[in-house]
Design a protein around this ligand. Structure first.
Ligand code: NAG
Ligand code: NAG
Length: 267
């Protein structure tokens, strides 16, 4: 007898071989698919951005004004910017959609046409407020020269001259964000857990100064902002015609996103 007689028939071999081949082809295609997905999700949302280390040139401070309509203190800011080098700063304004900053509404040329075209309607105590902040930061990030980002309201005034503020901010590698734990307030909503655990909930002033990498963190955030949008609803005023429904409406969470969002995100 030759060795051959002990070998399994060819057909079993073939089925076995075919099975392996299908399995290998399948796993390879699954790997390729998985890689493609990872690739898609790891792409930065704004490809035009340049990181801190790559920028050479005169760094700018971006002044970001979050206004209701016009800027009542434009004349003060006007004289503040007059003593600055135009290469050292930039201005962005988020105001009521459609409001135009020109000679008929504004006393300082520095603000002409500085309104974001993407402005949205903002409601006090609603998540639209933090969305407007993110729009301002996003617009300012498009200019790689912007290295410090200062968020201001329409009632902020400069307490120091331009060169003092410029060198103060540029000399520090840090952001300035007021952030603390307020044990007495009940604005945290348990439904925000587990994305936002209770021990990470922070409170602080809306008016901040950020370095570029932190501004990017705020603009790129998808996770924390969506929780704020979902669970921070402004409590409506009591409406007698709604009767007993008021009890339920008043239980809605008033969490004042602008006093918590950036602080909680960084925590
Ligand atoms: C700006 O303010 C600083 C500090 O108050 C002062 O020392 C400096 O002379 C001022 N610079 C100009 C150009 O006014
Ligand atoms: C403008 O920026 C340059 C370079 O950073 C700096 O030397 C100069 O003092 C700045 N000018 C003002 C008015 O702050």
């Amino acid at each position: 007898m030759t060795k051959k007689a002990f070998q399994p028939p060819f057909s079993v071999h073939y089925v076995f071989w075919l099975g392996w081949k299908i399995l290998i082809v399948l796993s390879v295609s699954l790997c390729v698919l998985a890689l493609l997905r990872i690739q898609r999700y790891s792409q930065p949302p704004l490809s035009s951005r340049v990181s801190n280390l790559e920028f050479h040139g005169t760094p700018k401070v971006a002044f970001l004004f979050l206004a209701r309509r016009n800027l009542p203190l434009d004349f003060l800011w006007g004289s503040f910017f007059e003593s600055a080098d135009v290469a050292n700063f930039s201005i962005y304004v988020h105001s009521e959609p459609g409001f135009v900053f020109d000679e008929s509404t504004t006393r300082s040329v520095f603000f002409y046409n500085r309104q974001l075209t993407s402005s949205i309607k903002v409601g006090w105590g609603e998540a639209t407020m933090i969305e407007a902040e993110r729009l301002l930061l996003g617009a300012a990030l498009e200019d790689p020269a912007n290295q410090r980002f200062v968020l201001l309201s329409d009632s902020c005034v400069p307490l120091y001259n331009f060169s003092f503020i410029y060198s103060y901010l540029m000399a520090s590698p840090r952001s300035f964000v007021d952030s603390f734990l307020d044990k007495k307030e009940g604005r945290y909503n348990l439904k925000m857990s587990p994305v936002i655990p209770k021990n990470k909930w922070r409170k602080g002033s809306q008016w901040i100064s950020l370095v570029r990498s932190h501004a990017e963190v705020v603009v790129d955030d998808e996770m924390i902002i969506s929780v704020f949008k979902k669970f921070c609803k402004r409590r409506p005023p009591i409406d007698a015609s709604k009767g007993k429904q008021n009890v339920k409406l008043q239980k809605q969470h008033n969490c004042i996103p602008d006093e918590h969002y950036v602080q909680t995100l960084f925590a």
